[in-house]
Design a protein around this ligand. Structure first.
Ligand code: SF4
Length: 338
């Protein structure tokens, strides 16, 4: 049976059910790399340039692991745009070329281009081209892709309930999760970040799990009402053209107005261009809730993160219970209050 490898990084957190279903329906066996570990990060660092952000380094660690498994193909799409007139970080566009340059012994890549800002005919042409690799006729390819889109919808249903994409994928694959842990806690904290860093427990240093352990209910971008997020993001004078950046900004503004949210945490990656801009805008625009920006890289240790999260939660509790603290920064008046 033809084997297709899917690395557990980047688009995996957003599209895994789509491509797993698609390839399975075409008669292929899908193999994935194992969950991210320290070794994944270390190997990824060796095969990327220093300037890459942590998620790209982690992705290369996963590709390297898959190469050892020798699948017939590795799925490495060239993501340009996943919705009309809105774009994904340019690093996604160069992924297949970067893999070929850094890992020459890699099996053939399925480097389908996904650009929803262009004519969908090109996307279908690419999908049929991939289907031909598995000797599938056009009808079978179309039905496999549509089945994959349905699988993706079931993932969205789970993430809307408050599961992280990582947890939703595990549920989708029939693993068991304790449902109670989602809703417990005396604090409610909005948590933002790119899915492939925030929802990968090893990359985020288990930020969401730690918040839950500190008695917080984590509210994620995917569970915010979509229309409200888009309306809020449209308030800034210039449209944010990065899809994920726009969603994070809109969600932050929705959370800022929500009476249920006690504070907001934003996870940024060192070396990420979009994060350096979006994180700063969110920090300036959030006016009614305590806000904390956490920046991580491959050298970050959990000790520093735990200390910051504990201090943040302590401050939220003091503010909530004793009403002793205002929203003003310890540095003085925020730029937006001047
Ligand atoms: S958006 Fe940032 S974290 Fe994501 S791939 Fe681009 S540079 Fe890396």
């Amino acid at each position: 049976m033809t084997q297709v490898g899917i690395p557990r990084g980047l688009f995996y957190f957003y599209q895994y059910p789509l491509w797993k279903t698609f390839f399975r329906d075409l008669g292929a066996e899908v193999v994935t790399s194992s969950s991210t570990g320290r070794q994944t990060i270390d190997v990824g660092i060796v095969h990327t340039v220093d300037e890459c952000c942590l998620p790209i380094k982690v992705y290369f660690g996963h590709i390297h692991e898959l190469i050892q498994l020798r699948p017939d193909y590795i799925m490495a799409p060239r993501l340009v745009s996943i919705e009309y007139r809105s774009y994904i970080c340019p690093k996604f566009m160069g992924i297949p070329d970067m893999i070929r340059a850094s890992l020459p012994d890699c099996p053939p890549l399925i480097d389908i281009t996904i650009d929803c800002s262009r004519d969908t005919r090109q996307l279908w042409k690419d999908i049929y081209r991939v289907g031909a690799l598995f000797n599938a006729d056009r009808r079978k390819v179309k039905s496999a892709y549509e089945h994959g889109l349905q699988a993706l919808k079931s993932l969205c249903v789970l993430t809307r309930q408050g599961y992280t994409q990582h947890e939703a994928i595990e549920l989708w694959e029939n693993y068991c999760l304790e449902q109670a842990e989602l809703n417990s806690g005396d604090l409610t904290v909005g948590v933002l970040g790119h899915g492939y860093s925030l929802y990968d427990p090893a990359v985020s240093l288990q930020l969401i799990e730690r918040l839950r352990g500190l008695g917080c209910k984590a509210v994620l971008l995917e569970s915010c009402p979509r229309d409200a997020v888009e309306q809020a993001a449209a308030q800034i004078p210039k449209k944010m053209f990065w899809t994920l950046g726009r969603k994070m900004l809109g969600s932050a503004l929705v959370m800022d107005q929500s009476a249920d949210i006690d504070g907001i945490v934003y996870l940024a990656c060192f070396g990420c261009g979009p994060d350096s801009m979006v994180g700063d805008i969110v920090g300036r625009k959030v006016r009614h809730k305590p806000f904390m920006l956490v920046t991580i890289d491959e050298h970050s240790g959990e000790g520093g993160l735990v200390t910051r999260l504990e201090a943040f939660c302590d401050m939220l509790r003091r503010k909530k219970v004793q009403k002793l603290e205002s929203d003003l920064s310890a540095y003085g008046i925020h730029a937006h209050c001047r």
